[in-house]
Design a protein around this ligand. Structure first.
Ligand SMILES: [Mg+2]
Length: 214
């Protein structure tokens, strides 16, 4: 089974930290539950200069390494790896954060889980020729997964347009307006619920492979 797991606000608690950071930097109080827009300019009411400064700080190694894992996420991913599933962490973070992001995974016991950068939000700066970089949305579009776990509305739309795959909308205040975009979509409030969906996928896959051999 091939599984896509988003990083921010699926594997770790990024928005809670951004809420704290915006208060510290700008004195702007927007608690996590009040973050109703994925666009942070809108969510925190920031002008472009403040938004860019926030992003610069938020993508620093120290900030990234301090992010708390989402309860149950690390154990679930480690468990899937142990069962022989192919798990990829598919992140929209800029490629420049690769080292710090991979170090976070190592520190939390997920060493060796592939970390794939995709320019999910069309904001990646152009890379020099031959330099490692994030995949474009077009390059990513043909990938196949059996299950994807994602919170970002734009990325969920892309998953709906990709080869059919079970998609979990990881419930967050900013995605509550996103409908179940295809019959393969479901919404989970926490990681135990995501693990149940994965178990269901495995049962379906086992059923279809045993039918092939009958
Ligand atoms: Mg995310």
């Amino acid at each position: 089974m091939r599984i896509y797991v988003d990083f921010d606000d699926v594997l770790c608690e990024t928005a809670r930290e951004l809420s704290r950071l915006v208060l510290e930097l700008y004195g702007c109080r927007v608690p996590y539950e009040a973050i109703h827009a994925f666009n942070l300019r809108e969510a925190f009411g920031l002008d472009e200069a403040r938004y860019l400064h926030l992003m610069h700080i938020a993508h620093g190694a120290e900030q990234l390494l301090a992010l708390e894992p989402t309860p149950g996420a690390v154990a679930a991913v480690a468990g899937w790896m142990g069962e022989g599933y192919t798990v990829e962490i598919v992140t929209g973070r800029p490629y420049a954060t690769h080292e710090a992001s991979a170090l976070w995974l190592r520190r939390h016991g997920l060493e060796g889980v592939p970390l794939v950068h995709v320019d999910k939000y069309n904001r990646e700066p152009p890379a020099a020729e031959g330099q490692a970089r994030a995949l474009t949305r077009g390059e990513f579009a043909e990938r196949r997964y059996d299950l994807a776990v994602e919170d970002a509305p734009m990325a969920l739309e892309q998953l709906a347009a990709m080869p059919p795959c079970r998609v979990v909308i990881f419930d967050r205040p900013w995605n509550r307006g996103v409908p179940l975009l295809t019959q393969h979509f479901t919404r989970c409030r926490d990681w135990p619920a995501v693990e149940e969906v994965a178990a269901d996928c495995r049962r379906l896959a086992a059923g279809s492979s045993s039918r092939q051999w009958q």
